[in-house]
Design a protein around this ligand. Structure first.
Ligand SMILES: [Zn+2]
Ligand SMILES: [Zn+2]
Length: 298
């Protein structure tokens, strides 16, 4: 983890004017077939979503509510299932709840659990250093937002997710779940095809990606943890699930709660408390895994 302790000023190739550090991006083409597939998928959902907005700009209240509800449930899968439970171990979930949350996270386009967890642990271990897979400080806004997905030279060590290798078989279901997610709405008509499929996937993708692209990149931060930001407006696309309080999270990654102040809405945490009352979850105040880079063994 030597590079994780390099200072940004020593080695960062993009530190310069605020414009350079915040907005100029590396934005290359895919190098691998996996990268090409990811690029094609993201292009497909964004083009389909644009067409859907053009053809059906007013979906009606019931369809719009269904769009928000499915996106919200998928977001719970990502923040409670993938992030707080599987990655940081700040909450233990009943196995059935864990499986349901993995399914809805994959349905929302979050990818397979092992890959998500390993990538996110690498991000925490190397935040805003050259080894960070998603840092806008090093790659620019668009790199952090999307480009890293298909153009990254980073390989994520498998042992960053050694404790959840029993979840590796979910990878096999990724393609069929994504196809069902994209096409499933067609059963309820053409407007539902767009709003429950591509438009929902585009909302979920960008809400998550903004955490990478706008919640990081403070070039004068005193530490990698302090280089992250809480971003108020991101609460809305995040559907108030709490992931926008990202500096809180970097400062206290072991906390199951992300919104610390009373006004920092964190519905993800409320859901954890409710699950705990139903004996389907248990908060862990001192989880053993992955608090600091030094605790991760390669
Ligand atoms: Zn995290
Ligand atoms: Zn971060």
């Amino acid at each position: 983890m030597g590079s994780a302790v390099r200072t940004q000023q020593d080695t960062c190739p993009t530190v310069g004017s605020p414009f350079e550090t915040e907005f100029i991006s590396r934005f290359g083409l895919p190098h691998t077939w996996r990268g090409a597939l990811a690029f094609a998928w993201l292009l497909l959902i964004h083009l389909t979503a644009a067409l859907g907005l053009y053809l059906y700009p007013r979906p009606g209240w019931s369809l719009f509510f269904a769009f928000l509800l499915i996106a919200f449930v998928g977001g719970v899968g990502t923040t409670v299932g993938y992030h707080r439970s599987l990655t940081h171990r700040s909450v233990s979930l009943h196995p059935v709840v864990r499986w349901v949350l993995i399914f809805v996270a994959m349905l929302n386009g979050a990818g397979s659990p092992v890959n998500w967890v390993a990538t996110h642990r690498l991000h925490h271990a190397t935040a805003d250093t050259p080894d960070d897979p998603t840092s806008p400080l090093w790659g620019g806004f668009w790199w952090a937002h999307a480009g890293w997905i298909w153009d990254s030279g980073h390989s994520v060590p498998r042992n960053y997710a050694a404790d959840i290798q029993d979840l590796a078989p979910w990878e096999r279901f990724l393609a069929p779940i994504l196809v069902a997610s994209y096409l499933g709405g067609v059963a309820s008509g053409p407007a539902a095809f767009f709003w429950l499929g591509s438009l929902r996937l585009v909302l979920a993708f960008n809400a998550t990606s903004f955490v990478n692209s706008v919640c990081h990149g403070n070039p004068v931060a005193s530490s990698p943890e302090a280089g992250s930001r809480n971003v108020l407006w991101l609460a809305l696309p995040q559907l108030f699930l709490g992931e926008n309080w990202h500096q809180n999270h970097h400062l206290h990654p072991w906390s199951p709660r992300l919104g610390f102040a009373w006004w920092q809405l964190d519905i993800g945490y409320s859901i954890i408390v409710a699950l705990e009352k139903l004996r389907l979850a248990r908060r862990n105040t001192k989880p053993k895994f992955f608090q600091r880079a030094s605790e991760i063994r390669r």
